[in-house]
Design a protein around this ligand. Structure first.
Ligand code: TYC
Length: 118
Protein backbone atom coordinates (compact mmCIF):
# COMPACT_ATOMS: atom_id res chain seq x y z
CA UNK A 1 0.00 0.00 0.00
CA UNK A 2 1.40 3.46 -0.87
CA UNK A 3 2.39 5.52 2.15
CA UNK A 4 0.72 8.97 2.25
CA UNK A 5 3.09 11.91 2.45
CA UNK A 6 2.60 13.87 5.72
CA UNK A 7 0.55 16.99 5.01
CA UNK A 8 2.25 20.33 5.75
CA UNK A 9 0.62 22.26 8.61
CA UNK A 10 -1.99 24.84 7.58
CA UNK A 11 -0.88 28.31 8.70
CA UNK A 12 -3.68 30.86 8.84
CA UNK A 13 -3.20 34.61 9.38
CA UNK A 14 -4.37 35.68 12.80
CA UNK A 15 -7.06 38.34 12.82
CA UNK A 16 -7.51 40.41 15.97
CA UNK A 17 -10.91 39.87 17.58
CA UNK A 18 -12.48 41.51 20.58
CA UNK A 19 -15.66 41.22 22.56
CA UNK A 20 -17.85 44.28 22.07
CA UNK A 21 -19.53 43.70 25.44
CA UNK A 22 -22.91 43.01 23.83
CA UNK A 23 -22.45 39.37 23.07
CA UNK A 24 -20.82 39.84 19.65
CA UNK A 25 -17.26 39.22 18.47
CA UNK A 26 -15.84 42.04 16.42
CA UNK A 27 -13.35 41.03 13.70
CA UNK A 28 -11.16 43.91 12.57
CA UNK A 29 -10.06 44.29 8.98
CA UNK A 30 -6.24 44.24 8.77
CA UNK A 31 -4.50 46.43 6.24
CA UNK A 32 -1.81 44.69 4.13
CA UNK A 33 1.66 45.21 5.57
CA UNK A 34 3.77 43.90 2.70
CA UNK A 35 4.38 46.36 -0.15
CA UNK A 36 4.51 44.97 -3.70
CA UNK A 37 8.13 44.65 -4.93
CA UNK A 38 9.60 47.46 -7.02
CA UNK A 39 9.84 46.42 -10.66
CA UNK A 40 12.62 47.02 -13.18
CA UNK A 41 12.65 46.93 -16.97
CA UNK A 42 15.46 45.23 -18.82
CA UNK A 43 16.11 47.34 -21.93
CA UNK A 44 18.22 46.54 -25.02
CA UNK A 45 19.81 49.41 -26.96
CA UNK A 46 20.36 49.51 -30.70
CA UNK A 47 23.82 49.60 -32.25
CA UNK A 48 25.12 49.28 -35.81
CA UNK A 49 27.10 46.03 -35.40
CA UNK A 50 25.27 43.36 -33.36
CA UNK A 51 23.63 40.93 -35.82
CA UNK A 52 19.82 40.90 -35.78
CA UNK A 53 19.92 37.09 -35.35
CA UNK A 54 21.94 37.44 -32.15
CA UNK A 55 19.41 39.89 -30.65
CA UNK A 56 16.52 37.58 -31.59
CA UNK A 57 18.36 34.66 -29.96
CA UNK A 58 18.90 36.74 -26.76
CA UNK A 59 15.20 37.64 -26.61
CA UNK A 60 14.24 33.96 -26.98
CA UNK A 61 16.86 32.41 -24.69
CA UNK A 62 17.01 34.93 -21.86
CA UNK A 63 13.48 36.38 -21.94
CA UNK A 64 11.45 33.38 -23.18
CA UNK A 65 9.89 35.25 -26.11
CA UNK A 66 8.74 33.16 -29.05
CA UNK A 67 10.39 33.74 -32.44
CA UNK A 68 7.66 36.10 -33.75
CA UNK A 69 7.65 38.27 -30.59
CA UNK A 70 11.46 38.28 -30.38
CA UNK A 71 11.64 39.43 -34.02
CA UNK A 72 9.09 42.21 -33.40
CA UNK A 73 10.98 43.47 -30.34
CA UNK A 74 14.33 43.33 -32.18
CA UNK A 75 12.89 45.35 -35.11
CA UNK A 76 11.39 47.90 -32.69
CA UNK A 77 14.85 48.36 -31.09
CA UNK A 78 16.46 48.58 -34.54
CA UNK A 79 14.03 51.33 -35.65
CA UNK A 80 13.42 53.21 -32.38
CA UNK A 81 16.80 52.84 -30.65
CA UNK A 82 15.66 50.86 -27.61
CA UNK A 83 13.12 48.30 -26.47
CA UNK A 84 11.89 46.57 -23.31
CA UNK A 85 12.73 42.86 -23.08
CA UNK A 86 10.79 42.24 -19.87
CA UNK A 87 9.87 43.55 -16.40
CA UNK A 88 11.22 41.82 -13.28
CA UNK A 89 12.09 42.26 -9.62
CA UNK A 90 15.44 43.98 -9.07
CA UNK A 91 17.58 40.85 -8.50
CA UNK A 92 16.12 38.98 -11.48
CA UNK A 93 16.49 42.05 -13.76
CA UNK A 94 20.11 42.60 -12.64
CA UNK A 95 20.96 38.93 -13.28
CA UNK A 96 19.43 39.13 -16.79
CA UNK A 97 21.50 42.27 -17.57
CA UNK A 98 24.69 40.49 -16.43
CA UNK A 99 23.89 37.28 -18.37
CA UNK A 100 23.00 39.10 -21.60
CA UNK A 101 26.03 41.43 -21.34
CA UNK A 102 28.34 38.43 -20.78
CA UNK A 103 26.84 36.60 -23.79
CA UNK A 104 27.31 39.70 -25.96
CA UNK A 105 30.95 40.04 -24.84
CA UNK A 106 31.61 36.34 -25.49
CA UNK A 107 30.17 36.75 -28.99
CA UNK A 108 32.26 39.89 -29.58
CA UNK A 109 29.16 42.09 -30.01
CA UNK A 110 28.77 45.63 -28.62
CA UNK A 111 25.12 45.00 -27.57
CA UNK A 112 24.14 47.11 -24.54
CA UNK A 113 21.62 45.79 -22.01
CA UNK A 114 20.51 48.09 -19.17
CA UNK A 115 18.15 48.11 -16.20
CA UNK A 116 15.57 50.87 -15.57
CA UNK A 117 13.04 51.43 -12.80
CA UNK A 118 9.61 50.53 -14.24
N1 TYC B 1 20.94 47.50 -35.70
C1 TYC B 1 21.46 46.15 -35.73
C2 TYC B 1 21.77 45.77 -37.19
O1 TYC B 1 21.35 46.41 -38.11
C3 TYC B 1 20.50 45.15 -35.14
C4 TYC B 1 20.25 45.36 -33.68
C5 TYC B 1 18.96 45.29 -33.18
C6 TYC B 1 21.31 45.61 -32.81
C7 TYC B 1 18.70 45.47 -31.83
C8 TYC B 1 21.07 45.80 -31.44
O2 TYC B 1 19.52 45.84 -29.62
C9 TYC B 1 19.77 45.72 -30.97
N2 TYC B 1 22.51 44.67 -37.36
Amino acid sequence: MPVDKPKPPVIRPTVPKHDDGHGSLVVERQTAKTEPPHLYQVVLLNDDYTPMEFVVMVLQEYFNHDLATATQIMLKIHHEGRGVCGVFTKDVAATKVESVSAAARRGGHPLQCILEAA
